[in-house]
Design a protein around this ligand. Structure first.
Ligand code: C5P
Length: 231
């Protein structure tokens, strides 16, 4: 079994990202490259981290017309990333284009969808023309993602519980907002421990600052893996 931990490398430069990667074991985690690092360093960031043995979740949350998202997903898949994501609200044609695009490479990355950003509150939904409540919107979008062949969605641990029950065992649930027991919460509002997130049905745990800002990131990672009895 592979580690469920994906470390969010929210660095502003490739040097910083490499310094972090040098302090982590690729046998015990994957790395998430998001918009900040990718905008700063581009595909070179992925290449360098892969050379160090890490599998990469390229978290660029594509959302555009089907042709554009399909093309971007094809390029991402060609970079050999392990996971890539798109906004489910881009609609079925966009999701199907993304699916076809990632399937065009020999070893397709996992393709996951963003449902409702957890930064949005109930009051925001009508303002962006979305029917609520949030839980219903998340479930509706998760079903659409599954119907269009996506491998899973990014969601909060609170959502993981009912999505696991309704979407079946094979649907990947990628969960941020994770804090080990006793860790600083920072700007996350609702947090759960790694063990609770897995119990709720999460497949992968996205963890940033509790690992990246630890004095010893590898030790922080190992403590988390111990807490979920991962060997
Ligand atoms: O440092 P922390 O553990 O809060 O980092 C979590 C990572 O997951 C960050 O890259 C953040 O942007 C991302 N994320 C999140 N909440 C979401 C979606 C993504 O915190 N709902």
């Amino acid at each position: 079994m592979s580690s469920p931990v994906i470390v969010a490398v929210d660095s502003a430069s490739l040097d910083e990202a490499v310094a972090l990667a040098a302090r982590l074991s690729p046998a015990q985690c994957r790395l998430k490259v998001g918009k900040e690092l990718f905008t700063a360093a581009g595909p070179r960031a992925i290449e360098v981290l892969q050379q160090r043995g890490f599998e990469i979740f390229l978290d660029l949350k594509f959302h555009d017309i089907p042709n554009t998202v399909g093309s971007a997903c094809r390029v991402a898949a060609g970079l050999g990333v392990w996971m890539v994501d798109v906004h489910v609200s881009g609609g079925p044609a966009m999701l199907e284009a993304a699916r076809r695009a990632v399937d065009s490479v020999a070893r397709p990355p996992l393709l996951v969808g963003i449902t409702v950003l957890t930064s949005l509150g109930e009051d925001d939904l009508p303002r962006i023309g979305m029917a609520g409540p949030i839980a219903a919107a998340v479930e509706r979008l998760a079903r659409l993602a599954r119907d269009c062949g996506l491998d899973g969605v990014v969601c909060s641990a609170a959502e993981a519980q009912y999505l696991r029950a309704t979407m079946g065992a094979d649907f990947a649930l990628v969960t941020p907002g994770i804090r080990p027991a006793g860790a600083a919460v920072q700007d996350q509002v609702r947090v759960v421990t790694p063990a609770d997130a897995l119990r709720a049905g999460s497949t992968y745990l996205v963890i940033g600052r509790p690992i990246t800002q630890a004095a010893d990131p590898q030790h922080a990672l190992e403590t988390i893996l111990d807490s979920i009895a991962f060997k």
